[in-house]
Design a protein around this ligand. Structure first.
Ligand code: ZN
Length: 280
């Protein structure tokens, strides 16, 4: 188990989660006021250089680090084992990108959130590892169903860009927005999927899973907003726009950039959790 984002930081997505605890330990922590953290990833193609579990490994690593930052803020957090059968709309025409119905995901979430509430958890923060809008709307819906009529206060801990893109209201009680500090220079082109930032983050957390030998050969997509909009139409549109599966500039990735951006996100997440726990 590791509390860092270093290269040894837990290849297993169960590392550091409640899957390593006994039932009594979990129950005692919930009773003592621990908050629960839950990541929602997906198995999805990530180009020729990143594993299909990238969107699970990254949020799992972020939650391990966020838990340490919360402990520094006198908040105990438990990590729920990551959910990894998310919704693929954009990448659904590629191999190794299973298409799970949003209804299935929302219902599973509802059952697990209800159980967490019954166990005594009063705060749950859900994070995403996957940018697909349909996946993230489903997280919101699963939170709504799972927490309705129950004492648990569950929310989608999402960066302000995601909150805006999905159209969540500023006062939506099911959303806890956070805003990470800028961690690098602005880039002229879109870097959205398996590009510079995501490859950097994997280099910082799971370097053994990055096919770095292929990186120099990956030409940047150099997409503008209208290209992104076409890609977001998904399925065959996305496959046509990005036949190699990535959108961005993976060859520009660096471990340092990955460490900077992940740390900025984890600090912002911990601050947002601390603020919400303090008022609710
Ligand atoms: Zn991804």
């Amino acid at each position: 188990m590791s509390g860092t984002l270093g290269p040894d930081g837990g290849i297993s997505i169960l590392a550091g989660t409640m899957a390593e605890m006994t039932a009594d330990e979990v129950a005692a922590a919930a009773k003592a006021g621990a908050v629960a953290l839950w990541a929602f990833g997906v198995i999805e193609q990530h180009g020729p250089h990143l594993p299909t579990g990238t969107d699970i490994y990254l949020p799992a690593a972020k939650l391990r680090r966020t838990r340490v930052l919360l402990a520094e803020r006198a908040i105990t957090a438990l990590i729920v084992p990551a959910y990894y059968w998310g919704v693929n709309h954009v990448s659904g025409a590629f191999p190794a990108s299973p298409r799970v119905r949003p209804e299935v995901m929302a219902e599973l979430m509802s059952d697990v959130i209800g159980s967490l509430s019954d166990d005594g958890f009063r705060h749950l923060f859900c994070v995403t590892g996957h940018g697909d809008a349909e996946h993230n709307r489903t997280i919101h819906e699963g939170i709504r169903r799972g927490s309705a009529g129950r004492p648990i206060r569950a929310s989608f801990l999402a960066d302000v860009g995601m909150v805006k893109r999905l159209g969540f209201a500023a006062d939506d009680a099911l959303v806890t927005p956070f805003q990470p500090a800028p961690s690098g220079p602005a880039r002229p082109y879109m870097d959205v999927h398996a590009g510079e930032w995501e490859t950097s983050a994997m280099l910082a957390t799971h370097p053994a899973l990055v096919r770095d030998a292929v990186l120099p050969s990956l030409v940047p997509t150099n997409f503008e907003l209208e290209d992104l909009m076409e890609w977001r139409r998904g399925l065959e549109h996305a496959k046509r726009k990005t036949p190699l599966g990535y959108l961005g500039d993976p060859a520009a990735a660096s471990l340092e950039q990955g460490q900077r951006s992940l740390e900025a996100q984890c600090v912002a997440m911990a601050d947002a959790i601390a603020a919400r726990v303090a008022v609710v």
